[in-house]
Design a protein around this ligand. Structure first.
Ligand code: DGL
Length: 271
């Protein structure tokens, strides 16, 4: 079991930001990443659909052999953790929302927390529940920032399109919640917007995302396993075109991805 890879699943390429943090935190581990690019975005879909997709993705990774499953997608974490845990009862399954919530609570002075996420994550109320579970007096307000997903994939994370878009989302948050002291990036695609958001927010507003805290949670969960040396190279699976996955994914992983590293899989064959 110790020699099996850690399975990481996302709706597409955004979860590569989480994979990057996992690699940094767990350099002796092997990773098997699946991006369901054929069906992205998850963030505009219903919880039932996202749950069904997540079970198929989890099933594919389990069939290939993994020792733990990291749901790197916020939308899938908000919709499918109970179903995944029920389907794979012996497998540790970790999402990104609880780690993101704990990062927010650690960063927040006054408990006034804003969340930017996809429409589905906002609708689920998952961040509110997780944050208030840790800090019951927190005031949590969430805004769907759906356009950020496409902008991040385009590489437009600042400039003439991204700046007014970010202003609009932050304006919506301010209208809802007033000034927040902490902003949670509750979507895999949002970390590239940090410099822009930083320039638009008051200097004392903290910005947190769940990548690093998720990696720490995975390390704690695997504390019992001892990894043998010389892990194999990271393996990547995608449900749609490999060229785009490698090209756009490189931006999220922070280094080039060779097309030969990516294998195409068909999840519709998985029950
Ligand atoms: N991975 C998704 C998330 O973190 C964003 C992209 C999508 O909508 O599928 O919510």
């Amino acid at each position: 079991l110790a020699d099996l890879p850690i399975g990481v699943f996302d709706s597409g390429i955004g979860g590569l930001t989480v994979l990057r943090a996992l690699e940094r935190e767990l350099p002796d581990e092997e990773f098997l990443y699946l991006g369901d690019t054929a069906r992205l975005p998850y963030g505009t879909k219903t919880a039932q659909t996202v749950e069904r997709y997540a079970l198929q993705a989890g099933g594919e990774l389990v069939r290939r052999g993994i020792k733990c499953l990291v749901v790197a997608c916020n939308t899938a974490s908000s919709a499918s953790l109970p179903a995944l845990r029920a389907a794979f009862p012996t497998l540790p399954v970790l999402g990104v929302i609880d780690p993101g919530a704990s990062a927010a609570v650690q960063a927040s002075r006054a408990g006034r927390i804003g969340v930017l996420a996809t429409e589905a994550t906002v609708r689920s109320g998952a961040y509110e529940r997780a944050i208030r579970g840790l800090r019951p007096d927190a005031r949590v307000s969430s805004v769907a920032a759906s356009l950020f997903v496409a902008l991040a994939e385009e590489g437009w994370t600042e400039g003439e399109v991204a700046t007014p878009t970010a202003r609009r989302y932050l304006g919506d948050l301010k209208a809802l919640a007033g000034d927040v002291d902490t902003l949670v990036l509750g979507c895999t695609h949002f970390p590239p917007f940090v410099p822009l958001l930083r320039s638009l927010l008051p200097a004392d507003c903290a910005i947190v995302d769940s990548a690093a805290t998720t990696a720490t949670a995975v390390r704690q969960c695997l504390a019992d396993y001892t990894r043998t040396p010389a892990p194999g190279p990271m393996r990547l699976l995608a449900t749609d075109g490999i060229e785009r996955f490698a090209r756009v994914g490189a931006r999220f992983l922070g280094r080039p991805i060779g097309e030969a590293q990516v294998e195409r899989v068909d999840l519709t064959a998985v029950v």
